[in-house]
Design a protein around this ligand. Structure first.
Ligand SMILES: [Zn+2]
Length: 458
């Protein structure tokens, strides 16, 4: 596609050239920042991985194998949020091309993915709601939603929907802790982490046994991850047991402690003002200790002479007092960990995980406010993920323009910065997932054959 194509092109594309700051006319392939239906049309037309989404959501049921459930994909709910906030729920599609055509035609500002229902959700009214025909969700990925706005009391750099490289690592820590537990404690293997496009991350656990969990089982898993049990009468947000649950113990020694001490303490300057350190002192249930520390910190002169960072010095003093031999009470020793947990432990949106019919934004959507694509995050190197450098819609269109002379690449996305995200999605997530799905389909088929053979012999 050339620039002329975009301006005069077959898809009624007009991209306003606009004027950048400074008033200079844009040169070459520059595409003004923004999010609009025209940009989105090009994105869905040339970049969005429709076929991959279909393959994923089919879980191997799109093949010719006699054991494939041909109705499976068609029972999945998609919902589209259109321009002007028109909201279309219970969309369903019977093939890859139906899905692709509908997305291209409706050009949704947001695509959400719901559960697989007992019957085609678009035809739910046609079925008698009785007997075996009750319209109900039967499968759904186990999902997690973690949002940086839930961390506003532990970050001082930003608030609300804003996020910067000082607070984003809280998300990185959440990925590490939850991902390790999903794999090690629950034995899940097919886990997709996705940047939500603005201020958080989503997790899709796609193993068959995860998709078939009941709401009660989902609630138990969500509960397993919960450590925030404080109430309004308590300043402690976190209440840890003795001994610490092995999962929390591992999270503490392998991730949280080091992150708190070597990153968060400094990036958020947690002890730099009275207001900030008072918040931490409130978590210590011993008046004599808090007043001793307060006494040291209110007289700021000595520490200003020290070359060491105030936050580090104060944290060390706090730890020293709480962990010194004098403090026999376990509650006080535990306090150090509780402080670290309350600042760093993942804060999940529980309701999203508990219910099968909760909708979650599809990967590779574009966030309307930021123009950023919801790209997968590799949990094995999530500390390298930088939300501020995620490709935006306008950047991708620019790259399409620049790559228009290259005819040697089949996929348009391959010549854009979205390429590495789609390649990662395929190689690390989709291919291993589909391999297992096909094995499971084959195995269940063979078991059925064996079973009917046995009954014939009988
Ligand atoms: Zn920030």
């Amino acid at each position: 596609m050339t620039r002329e194509d975009i301006e005069n092109g077959s898809e009624d594309m007009v991209i306003d050239e606009g004027k950048p700051e400074g008033g200079e006319r844009m040169q070459g392939n520059a595409v003004p920042e923004g999010f609009n239906a025209n940009y989105l049309k090009v994105y869905y037309g040339k970049l969005f991985p429709h076929a991959d989404m279909f393959k994923w959501m089919s879980y191997g049921n799109d093949g010719k194998h006699p054991a494939c459930d041909q109705s499976y994909f068609g029972r999945r709910e998609f919902s589209f949020t259109l321009d002007n906030d028109i909201y279309l729920r219970f969309q369903s599609f019977n093939s890859a091309s139906e899905l692709e055509n509908s997305i291209k035609e409706k050009c949704p500002f947001k695509i959400d993915i719901g559960p697989v229902y007992s019957v085609d959700p678009a035809k739910r009214h046609a079925y008698a709601q009785s007997g075996d025909n009750v319209f109900a969700p039967v499968e759904r990925e186990l999902v997690f939603d973690i949002d940086i706005t839930d961390y506003d009391d532990v970050r001082y750099c930003c608030s609300g929907a804003d996020v910067c490289l000082d607070c984003w690592p809280l998300m990185t820590v959440a990925i590490k802790v939850i991902d390790a537990s999903l794999r090690d404690d629950f034995g899940f293997n097919h886990i997709l982490w996705v940047y939500s496009g603005r201020r958080g991350v989503h997790c899709w656990v796609c193993d068959g046994k995860a998709r078939r969990l009941t709401n009660e089982q989902r609630a138990s898993i969500a509960e397993y991850f919960r450590v925030y049990k404080g109430n309004e009468n308590s300043h402690k947000k976190v209440s840890l047991t003795v001994p610490l649950h092995p999962f929390l113990g591992r999270s503490y020694t392998e991730v949280l402690k080091d992150f708190f001490e070597s990153k968060l303490l400094l990036s958020q300057k947690l002890f730099s003002t009275e207001e900030r350190y008072e918040k931490i002192l409130e978590m210590i249930p011993d008046e004599s200790i808090t007043s001793e520390l307060r006494g040291k910190w209110q007289d700021n002169k000595r520490s200003s002479m020290s070359k060491e960072d105030t936050n580090v010095v104060r944290w060390e003093q706090l730890k020293h007092i709480l962990q010194s031999g004098k403090q026999k009470a376990q509650a006080l020793q535990r306090c150090v960990k509780e402080i670290v947990f309350s600042f760093t432990y993942p804060r999940l949106d529980m309701e999203v995980s508990k219910h099968m019919n909760h909708l979650l934004k599809a990967p590779f959507c574009v966030h309307p406010k930021t123009g950023r694509v919801c790209v997968p995050i590799d949990p094995n190197c999530c500390e390298e993920f930088d939300p501020t450098s995620v490709p935006t819609l306008s950047k991708l269109l620019e790259e399409i323009n620049m790559g228009s002379l290259r005819a040697d690449i089949d996929n348009e996305w391959d010549r854009t910065s979205l390429g590495k995200s789609i390649r990662f999605f395929r190689s690390s997530f989709l291919q291993p997932l589909l391999k297992v799905c096909k094995e499971e389909i084959e195995n269940s088929y063979n078991a059925k054959l064996q079973h009917s053979k046995n009954s014939l012999n009988w």
